[in-house]
Design a protein around this ligand. Structure first.
Ligand SMILES: Nc1ncnc2c1ncn2[C@@H]1O[C@H](COP(=O)(O)OP(=O)(O)O)[C@@H](O)[C@H]1O
Ligand SMILES: [Mg+2]
Length: 243
């Protein structure tokens, strides 16, 4: 049984067609990687699955657990278990991370403040994160690595059915990368299905993907096993799936 099936997806932003036919099936509990050059449409794919209103599905379907979700609001998708970790998380002055995370756990899991605090504190310990981060404002003055680690903490707390990660490895140092990959592996072991977008192979040294998809110029040009990553590393995107 698949968790997510993307069928012949065509997506416009304004009048411009950005995705021009993307299709794949992500089995329950699998980890798939999406790679491709800059500007090929990877973030567009992630944002479209999450339901960003600027990204209009003009053809094709997005089936999640047997249901076409293309018409659902982002909130409805979150409730169904889809979580997107952004490539560029926003800064919010005046909102402390602890409050933000408590709110998320209240909305999604019905936890009160104290219950949520315990869950958050335990997760921070378990993941080896710095607990002083919890009293800072959301992403304000955060380094690339700190932002991504906070996104991973959110994902770990939410425990989504489907986790979409948009370049969790960009702008991240080697040590943070290990922490991030560790959280991905933990969630994967707990049964979360994962769609991981990256344009480097580096993070994949820590992970064991089931399948790799390559997008170029809005089209899925090839899919294959983990060996595809090696080919891309050695020969570049030009060597795989000619457009
Ligand atoms: N909100 C947007 N407004 C205008 N153009 C966009 C928007 N989102 C994406 N695009 C365009 O779509 C193309 C694909 O972008 P993107 O999905 O961000 O690629 P990637 O994540 O693979 O680098 C780019 O040419 C980009 O400029
Ligand atoms: Mg992108």
């Amino acid at each position: 049984m698949f968790m997510l099936k993307v069928e012949n997806l065509h997506v416009n932003v304004g009048d411009r067609e950005i995705l021009k036919g993307v299709g794949f099936e992500l089995g329950s509990g699998e980890l798939h990687v999406v790679m491709g050059p800059n500007g090929s449409g990877k973030s567009t794919l992630a944002l479209t699955i999450a339901g960003h209103p600027r990204y209009k599905v003009i053809d094709g379907r997005i089936i999640f657990e047997g249901e076409d979700i293309a018409g659902l609001s982002p909130e409805e998708r979150v409730k169904r278990g889809i979580f997107l970790s952004f490539q560029h998380p926003v800064e919010v002055e005046g909102v402390k991370i602890i409050q933000f995370l408590q709110r998320i756990l209240k909305n999604l899991k019905g936890l009160d403040e104290v219950g949520a605090y315990d869950v958050i504190f335990n997760a921070v310990q378990e993941l080896g994160l710095d607990e002083s981060m919890l009293s800072r404002f959301l992403n304000v003055g955060f380094s690339g690595g700190e932002r991504k680690k906070l996104e991973m903490l959110q994902a770990y707390l939410v425990k989504p059915k489907l986790l979409i990660l948009d370049e969790p490895d960009s702008g991240v140092d080697v040590d943070s990368l290990k922490v991030i990959a560790g959280v991905i592996n933990k969630l994967h072991e707990e049964g979360t299905s994962i769609l991981l977008i990256t344009h480097y192979g580096r993070i994949l040294e820590h992970l064991r993907p089931n399948r790799v998809h390559v997008i170029k110029d809005g089209r899925l040009v090839t899919s294959g096993g983990p060996d595809l990553v090696k080919t891309i590393e050695e020969k570049g995107f030009a060597a795989v799936g000619a457009v």
